[in-house]
Design a protein around this ligand. Sequence first.
Ligand SMILES: Nc1ncnc2c1ncn2[C@@H]1O[C@H](COP(=O)(O)OP(=O)(O)OP(=O)(O)O)[C@@H](O)[C@H]1O
Ligand SMILES: [Mg+2]
Length: 209
Amino acid sequence: MSINIDKVRSIIGDIAGMIEEKKQYLSDLDQAIGDGDHGFNMARGFEVVMQKLKEAPGADIGDVLKTTAMALISNVGGASGPLYGSLFLKAAGLAKGLTEIDLAGFVPIFKEGILGVQARGKAELGDKTMIDVLLPALESLEKDSAAGLSGKEAFANAEKIAASCMEKTKDILAKKGRASYLGERSIGHIDPGATSSYLMISIINKALA
Ligand SMILES: Nc1ncnc2c1ncn2[C@@H]1O[C@H](COP(=O)(O)OP(=O)(O)OP(=O)(O)O)[C@@H](O)[C@H]1O
Ligand SMILES: [Mg+2]
């Protein structure tokens, strides 16, 4: 697997398209355990991301990720804007100067992004958040990268793990964010942020397949 800067831009474009397509569904999930804005927040943010990337396409992958981060931080309200913003911003720091990455290069960049989400939101595995999808996906990619699998194979595995971890958020009680105010009543609903994280991983998998 090798992802160059054009591929990174096209993957972000695919993510923006997917979020637009699924914005009602993501907001419906958030309606059940939050305030019903997750999909609409994300769609507004990614619309600005695409505008900004058009204005400033960037010279390396770090630039593209940083532009994405800043647009999300400024235009996605609520918890998920700063959280996804941190993911892309921290990832951008490690991707600075790079115009091409392979699986072994992707893993530490993704890890740095997830650590950024955790530094900001303090969520651990099992709190019913996007972390419940992001961390297992990272672990799967790390393991497969170390075992010498191709990027294509590794992302196919990560996508499956992300899907099942997203589903599992249905059975757990929310300990972070607005959903945590519901206590036991948060059980029985899939977490919207875990779903948007899964969808992003599935887009990367599709782009590599
Ligand atoms: N502390 C956190 N760490 C990681 N993810 C979180 C945290 N708090 C919330 N989330 C994620 O954000 C999603 C909600 O995003 P949304 O765009 O709806 O923001 P929001 O309405 O402000 O959310 P919230 O009400 O949870 O603050 C949740 O489904 C969850 O996955
Ligand atoms: Mg919300």
